[in-house]
Design a protein. Sequence first.
Length: 193
Amino acid sequence: MAEVLLFHHAQGLTPGVRDFADRLRAAGHTVHTPDLYDGKTFDTLEEGLDYGRTVGFDVILERGRLTAEGLPAGLVYAGFSLGVMPAQLLAQTRPGATGALLFHSCIPTSEFGGEWPAGVPVQVHGMDADEFFVDEGDLDAARALVAAAPDAELFLYPGPQHLFADSSLPSYHEPAAALLTERVLGFLDRIGY
């Protein structure tokens, strides 16, 4: 079974993020869900992003990096939206990564030192009409990653929702979230040990 370090999105460690982690645990995987917001959650994405700006995205990124220090090297790094920042940083820079799961976001690999590491499989999941994912460059970054990395997949789901896999938010889209979860479990089963 795989061991996953899962980072929450800008609205915090919501019940929906915890529920997603529990689904992975129910399938036999170990999942760590650090709280990068010190227990705070926000009703809207805008409020969560404002908090992130106040704290500093570099501070949040560093909190994510530090979380990994006490864990084994052989992790799958996963993140929802804002949580993709520390997940992708760790997948690209921390030796021993076994995979990466990037939900609702993708950052150009050049932000974290260049090419995607050889032997680290990755999945990127987003909606094809999500203004954040499509209009802010995440889709382009995901396509570039898939073109450059031998074991990379991009899954696009129809719809405009951003955080569609968080069951506790109004943006939740059950059919897309169910398919995402099925694909993630297949990914974890393939790389788990």
